[in-house]
Write a protein that binds this ligand. Structure first.
Ligand SMILES: NC(=O)c1ccc[n+]([C@@H]2O[C@H](COP(=O)([O-])OP(=O)(O)OC[C@H]3O[C@@H](n4cnc5c(N)ncnc54)[C@H](OP(=O)(O)O)[C@@H]3O)[C@@H](O)[C@H]2O)c1
Length: 320
């Protein structure tokens, strides 16, 4: 099986560490020359949950230009960029699509709607998503730490592709030390993560509080619950099924099972804003807003949080 990974960030390196084999190198599209140099000289190191793995340089095939994918197309191409980088990946991938007619695309980003720029030229029956709730942190340009693991990486499709086709990919990631599985319910799986992310991520960034503190404070708790209520209203109108019948049932699971192990976590959006990086607000609250607008459902709390995060991003752009 030939696998290529687009984007050598935290998730891309984490997945590469599980997929690389001496007999079948993983192809890694790396745009940063320094990262390419260190991977080529020293290989890739993974540490943290699931132990340490050292991937020698000759288990990796490093590419600087996506056009290299066209000669010797991979079976699977995993897109591991941030959600807002998806459109530029799609733009570079589009001219290569005819040469990649046997390749399946797997979008590993957070959020909802990331497939849109790809569907203009890539058939839905070869398009998959990965829901990742394993935490990866880059320690160096060629080193990644697995900091958390809530559930196996779930591979499946929103666009009618056969989940059985990605079963060997899930098996290979698992053999490489990161639990992965396939799912026939990608809608439900992605929205379960959307609920958690939209409830905590923007609010954590704006309030500057850890997840547990957001739930303890009655004001932020009310906002969090309002976000969840609005998302359930949107999902009902959009006829998307999730594993919970309503917001109250999801919140019960959230307070009992989901929040306690992550109560001390800081929002990744808070870390992005602190580091002066763009956030994924559009793929999270922005996607809920757009879906709500399409189905005539108001999302005032989600929209207010999105507006404030956008404003914080604009302040960063202006250097304020
Ligand atoms: N990290 C986690 O724990 C985690 C967990 C679950 C889900 N996710 C999701 O996974 C996605 C990736 O997150 P991440 O943490 O891995 O982000 P990241 O560390 O910023 O990695 C993204 C990588 O993509 C590269 N890239 C962007 N555009 C590119 C292009 N056009 N060509 C080649 N490379 C390009 C970036 O290169 P440069 O380094 O040159 O900018 C960067 O190395 C996000 O949607 C995130 O929400 C992350």
């Amino acid at each position: 099986m030939e696998v290529a990974i687009w984007g050598a960030g935290a998730v891309g390196l984490g997945l590469a560490s599980a997929l690389a084999r001496p007999t079948s190198r993983v192809r890694l599209l790396v745009r940063d020359p320094e990262t390419r140099r260190r991977l080529a000289d020293e290989g890739l190191r993974r540490s943290g949950r699931f132990g340490r793995i050292d991937v020698p340089p000759d288990w990796l095939r490093l590419e600087s230009d996506a056009r290299a994918l066209a000669d010797g197309p991979p079976d699977f191409l995993l897109v591991c960029t941030k959600a807002f980088q998806g459109p530029s990946v799609a733009e570079a991938l589009a001219p290569l699509a005819p040469a990649l007619a046997a390749t399946s695309l797997v979008l590993c980003q957070n959020g909802w709607g990331n497939e849109a720029p790809f569907l203009a030229f890539w058939p839905g029956e070869r398009l998959y998503h990965a829901r990742v709730i394993t935490g990866f942190q880059r320690r160096a340009s060629n080193a990644v730490d697995v900091t958390a693991h809530a559930a196996p990486i779930a591979l499946g499709s929103l666009t009618g592709a056969d989940p059985e086709h990605v079963a060997p990919l899930a098996a290979r990631i698992t053999e490489g030390g990161l639990p992965a599985e396939t799912t026939v319910d990608m809608h439900g799986v992605l929205w379960a993560k959307m609920l958690y992310n939209c409830a905590l991520n923007p609010l954590g960034a704006l309030a500057g509080r850890r997840y547990g503190e957001l739930a303890e404070d009655p004001h932020t708790r009310a906002l969090l619950e309002a976000v969840v209520g609005e998302i359930f209203a949107v999902l009902e109108s959009a006829e998307v099924c999730v594993a919970w019948p309503d917001a109250a049932a999801w919140l019960e699971t959230f307070y009992r099972d989901l929040l306690p192990p992550t109560a001390a976590h800081e929002s990744s959006m808070l870390q992005d804003l602190r580091a002066g990086r763009r956030t994924e607000i559009e793929a999270l609250c922005g996607a809920v807003e757009r879906l709500g607008a399409r189905h005539g459902v108001a999302t005032p709390t989600v929209s207010a949080l999105a507006a404030l995060v956008r404003q914080a991003e604009r302040r960063l752009e202006r250097g304020a």
